[in-house]
Design a protein around this ligand. Sequence first.
Ligand SMILES: Cc1ncc(C[n+]2csc(CCOP(=O)(O)OP(=O)(O)O)c2C)c(N)n1
Ligand SMILES: [Mg+2]
Length: 355
Amino acid sequence: MAPRKNAASPNRSGVAKTTKTRSAKTAKPVIGTEIAEFDRDQEIAAYREMLLIRRFEEKAGQLYGMGFIGGFCHLYIGQEAVVSGIKLAMKDGDQMITAYRDHGHMLACGMTPRGVMAELTGRQSGYSHGKGGSMHMFSKEKHFYGGHGIVGAQVSLGTGLGFANRYSDNGNVSVVFYGDGASNQGQVYESFNMAELWDLPVVFIVENNRYAMGTSVSRASAQTDFSQRGVSFNIPGHQVDGMDVRAVKAAAEAALEHSRSGKGPIILEMLTYRYRGHSMSDPAKYRSKDEVQKMRSEHDPIEQVKVRLLEKGWASEDELKAIDKSVREIVADSAEYAQNEPEPDPSELYTDIVL
Ligand SMILES: Cc1ncc(C[n+]2csc(CCOP(=O)(O)OP(=O)(O)O)c2C)c(N)n1
Ligand SMILES: [Mg+2]
């Protein structure tokens, strides 16, 4: 393969990296086949984390139905193992950015349930002072860069975060989440090109939950193996069981190490499933109840951890119930808090916006 031209990658010192010859990096699929060994504490932590996301989303769904949440609201139920497993592999300083199905990502990043719920209900104390809602929350402190409603836009922004990491040589990796539907967006490929050209530290995570709104993957995509969408840019990619938090963690560790060590971007396709409709206004008539039920009963990410904990004798039913109780209390507290907080003052209409 001919050496690339103009492949000098940017950094603050102005030292251009030498152009190098590179053969296709589509390595054999070792990533995605491994399962991380979890000890008891790790299983319990993963169980608690995923349960917090699920209970939070169930509460958000309830509050939406009661009219406390307006606008769009996309629930993450069923996909909890993806963000939980990846967060376990990330280091402090690594950034996360995603689309609008984002509540789980925020909680995994350590943003408070109170702050997220207050934003969902349009309160002053929400992360965007009640003006952003479900799809637009950010926390620079927790390295969470949103929350984006434009399908695919976060991929370009996340590549920019990778560029900033590279430029300042800070050793951080940007982790960019997007969906199977977003994978067909043009800007995703412009981002792939730049990320690979400059060896940017970016891990691209495709959350393949099998549907983009009401359209199944097979009806919308010519190539349904999303891990291979970077092939023409020499970006390696791997498919991962996104319902098993241990598989996700193992793949994420390898991918983060790959990008952090200067080898450039990598794609992980997480094979997952969303149980609820696309958004709260979707009755999900495009798939059968049996299909959803089969996923729930055979692959549920939380149930899998529960079964392992019980089978290994690492936790009793009562201990698991106690964890569920404490998670429900945190979520109930966030809902109670949010409903009693004031709405933003009308003067907030002109703050934090570009006119
Ligand atoms: C540029 C753009 N086009 C269309 C839409 C409308 N839209 C919102 S979500 C969505 C489907 C995206 O599906 P996917 O990427 O698979 O994510 P998922 O909802 O499954 O998490 C579409 C087409 C949009 N928000 N932005
Ligand atoms: Mg999808």
